[in-house]
Design a protein around this ligand. Sequence first.
Ligand SMILES: *Cc1c(COP(=O)(O)O)cnc(C)c1O
Length: 458
Amino acid sequence: MNLPYAEPFRIKMVEEIYQSTRAEREQWLKEANYNLFNLKSSQVFIDLLTDSGTGAMSDRQWGALMTGDESYAGSRSFEQLQNSVEKITGFKYLLPTHQGRAAENVLFSVLVKEGDVVPGNSHFDTTKGHIEFRKAHAIDCTIDEAFDINNLHPFKGNINLEKLEAVYKSHPKESIPFCLITITCNSSGGQPVSLENMKAVKALSDQYGIPVFFDSARFAENAYFIKKREQGQENRSIKEICKEIFSYGDGMTMSSKKDGLVNIGGFIALNNEEIFRKASNFTIIYEGFITYGGMAGRDMAALAVGLDEATEFAYLESRISQVEYLGNKLIEYGIPVQKPIGGHAVFIDSLNFLPNVSREEYPAQTLGLEIYKEAGIRTVEIGTLLADRDPETRQNRYPKLELVRLAIPRRTYTNNHMDYIAAAIKNVYERREEIAKGYKITWEPEILRHFTVQLEKA
Ligand SMILES: *Cc1c(COP(=O)(O)O)cnc(C)c1O
């Protein structure tokens, strides 16, 4: 008999979670103004809000925490982190920040100015926020296949080179600070970018003299997909693939809360000394001295180990096969999900799932609320609330897809949890015809509204 797959780790510490009643959940939702971000974690049984900073650290990482060096300048932990980052990415200069959006804030303070355009593949929400906050524009050049949830293209995060070249041709070079490749591409469903595409984007950008940066939160998961799906890559190690990925960029921003396998942290890494010097000034203003940038020494030490662990094939296989396991269960139940299944999350197509809820009443938000009511599972809306209003016209921007994201924290839940989640969603699916009313906004902030928006039943 062939041996089945089993995780390459065992569990050393557990945390109890509370299973609430439906009546409790209905009450809590009302108190939360129908925004799942407003729930207390104690009101959630399985938390799939995000895979950001929610994973479990290894014994090696907890060990590293104890040996962290808390010196203000030049700490040993910074040196360990720098060595780890250089080994994996090849970038010479490192600026730690307190998380990914802080890295964006620092780097974009140097590079992005009013009126600029930043082309890329479906920019992440905070990234877009930091671009638009500076009165610049993010231009989405993702391939069209990404927006068809049933298209099985293996690299739906890829950039369409014609769209990119059209941006390069229609704007002066001075107003395009860089092209940003997000790996994996979160907004289009945790979909990877191929090495071939990165190489081509780099070559095209070189031709026009435009730098290329990576938004690298899930770079290791992207490398795993390259190994599994791209011709000629199957025998290379994840670390070799990562080295090649970053060779096609001038630098990167990182949210360490994803593939850094830690609970907080971020960084910028790059090769250009002038940008590094300018960014150092902003790091000092916004984050802290350049050898800690808002991170405790112990957290940098744990991150140095986390980056090493995240770029090992056995870890990535357990991680991504769990996400796939959940996705395949949902497909088996007939639920419309984005295919192929992404690296960190399963995305449900709510327009298909809830055809009776109009787009003006936020179908993805409505579905997320139903899933919570059903079983205490917290998900997140990747739809019109997240897409926000157009900064000029203040009209709702309706994205091509209205998705509910089930983000799976790393090394945290078992496959029994995955079975529970799939069953809960199947139950909602079976009563989908009865769900005809969505929600309307009663209050929202100026920018990044999904975090704090308040709603009521429509
Ligand atoms: C999470 C994330 C960010 C922002 O990082 P934070 O650590 O949450 O501030 C930026 N880009 C991508 C692709 C991300 O996934």
